[in-house]
Design a protein around this ligand. Sequence first.
Ligand SMILES: [Zn+2]
Length: 246
Amino acid sequence: MTGTLASKRVLLIGAGGLGTPIARVLAQSGVGLIEVMDDDVVELSNLHRQLLYCENDLGKSKALLACACIERDALAANVGGTRAVAREMRLDPDNALEAVGSFDLVIEGADNFSTKFLVADACALAHVPCVQGGAVRWTGWVLGSLPGQSACLRCVFEDLPEGPAQGCAEAGVIGPVVGVVGALQAALALRILRGDSAAAGVLHHYRALTGVVRSRALVRSASCPSCTGRISDLNATRYVPRECAA
Ligand SMILES: [Zn+2]
């Protein structure tokens, strides 16, 4: 991938715990267009880990607030060419391919596994690089993927977890963990946008209790349903949380 950051178009999915630090870093990096997709509003219960919002924002659209902050941060950082566009909608199997298709990179900060797998599959099918991350309790992970070249989310996890979900929405997460993981995701995204293919296919695992990030280079899995081409569409049944599946 070549060209300056000012010519790049990035889609940020999720403007919550992970998405807010991602937005702040990207805003000050000079990326040309940042679209923010989130259909949620600010709630009191998640203020402690969502860096952009305060009590005055309760009930307001996260996507709109994040975009206002991105443009303000870009001006403050003297990279005022950055445009931010809010998409007050939720990614679903019907809109995902079209939603990701026109971007140079998708960066995902969703709080649930269904959206994470949907983003991975949509980006693979649309041939769009993506950076994904997750955080639960005191740990988090980050993975960048280049479709057709590097390992993807399904190479690591293969499918949605069975049994009770353990995403940060259900299990909770320590505020600083999402800050670190979101910043790591943004750094990885900037490397990929600058054409550093070595940034993809490496799983970074952060443990807040030891302060250590461990990085492991991945190989594409011979049994990965995405990399082997067995997933050729975004059938909605594939993204139903498995504890709810019939
Ligand atoms: Zn794969």
